[in-house]
Design a protein around this ligand. Structure first.
Ligand code: NAD
Length: 339
């Protein structure tokens, strides 16, 4: 099987490309490098022991139907994993138009290219943001959906679009609702390297620990949670990558459109994560609790039963392993792939 991985130079995309390769699939990466660098592609090829002929890289926009169609035909693609999107909740509140244009435009582009080339298996990067501010936790795939920010709406509209294309019989789709991926490949040679200042907790925390940023700001200390800081379901990015292999495998026997949570089923507060990181580092991480950030929800974690049943997948790596692996990468590469 040959898989096109859009956004495959990014954080989850690189780890997934490696997992797909290890599972015996041919991988082709397409990315416009808007939030990544080609050095990430070099790192993933190096972990695979592969070169540019084995794992081709196409630099371009996933919204470009002609480019994606040509890539599918040239490389004999059978399946697509679509990561390419902007992903910052806070930036989406400031730039909703850019988020709708890129996230919907790239998804529609990929689906049009798949329709034009008769490729029908798609895994879509969705998010627990589609549950908005949940009334009850854990959230199941049947929990009410909504969104608390423009980024979340792009994922929810993306899911609705795919459900309708699938119900017309044109696609088989897994909507993977990720919770909060953290960590890095255990080799320390590949990890998260966002452009600009990170907007997610763990990359921000690690950049403070390595001296790139001064102090961590914990957004909100007055939520209705045990210590007042928000609670999230963190999962190891390598577990998440393996979930994509399981999803592609399951698509053969699961036609239509299926939404599946990928999380651990356990929530940690932001302050608990900071304390666990301090344990891993063996020193304090400067941090302060500040006002809430627009678009954030108080608490969310996953019900994982469907992922176990449909995909045969569970997230086995614990919080300490996530933070130790993330730190190994950050400590060895203080400036990310640039250094
Ligand atoms: N990291 C998270 O916490 C998280 C949680 C839930 C869902 N997701 C989703 O998972 C996917 C991957 O996230 P990530 O953390 O790896 O982010 P990332 O920014 O590291 O990776 C996304 C990649 O897509 C590329 N890209 C963006 N727009 C593109 C376009 N139009 N054409 C081609 N390439 C494009 C970027 O350059 C980047 O390499 C995204 O769809 C994101 O919304 C991420």
């Amino acid at each position: 099987m040959a898989v096109l991985v859009t956004g495959g130079a990014g954080y989850i995309g690189t780890h997934t490309a490696l997992a797909l390769h290890e599972a015996g699939r041919q991988v082709v990466i397409l990315d416009d490098l808007s939030n990544s660098s080609e050095r990430a592609v070099d790192a993933v090829r190096s972990l695979m022991g592969a070169d540019a002929d084995d794992v081709p890289f196409v630099c371009g926009d996933a919204a470009d139907v002609e480019l994606v169609s040509r890539t599918i035909i040239d490389h004999g693609i059978d399946e697509v994993v679509h990561f390419a999107a902007f992903k910052s909740v806070s930036e989406s509140v400031e730039r909703p138009l850019a988020y709708f244009a890129n996230n919907m435009g790239s998804l529609i582009g990929v689906v049009e290219a798949m329709a034009a080339t008769d490729v029908r298996r798609l895994v879509f990067s969705s998010s627990c943001t589609v549950y908005g501010e949940p009334d009850e936790v854990p959230v199941t795939e049947a929990s009410p959906t909504g969104a608390a920010n423009p980024y979340g709406w792009t994922k929810l509209h993306g899911e609705q679009f795919l459900e309708q294309v699938a119900s017309a019989g044109d696609l088989d789709v897994m909507l993977l609702r990720y919770f909060n991926p953290v960590g890095a490949h255990p080799s320390g040679t590949m990890g998260e390297d966002p452009h600009g200042i990170p907007t997610n907790l763990v990359p921000f925390l690690m950049q403070v620990a390595v001296g790139r940023l001064d102090r961590l700001r914990v957004f909100g200390g007055d939520y209705d949670t045990p210590d007042g800081s928000p609670v999230r379901d963190y999962l190891h990015v390598v577990d998440l990558a393996e979930g994509h292999v399981a999803a592609l495998d399951a698509l053969g026997s699961t036609p239509g459109c299926t939404a599946v949570n990928l999380g651990t089923g356990r929530g940690y507060s932001v302050l608990e994560v900071v304390a666990a990181a301090e344990q891993v580092l063996g020193r304090p991480v400067p941090h302060e609790v500040v006002d809430r950030r627009p678009g954030d929800v108080a608490r969310i974690w996953a019900e994982t039963e469907l992922a176990e049943r449909v995909l045969g997948w569970t997230a086995g790596r614990d919080l300490t392993e996530m933070l130790a692996d993330h730190w190994r990468w950050q400590e060895a590469h203080p400036a990310g792939f640039g250094g």
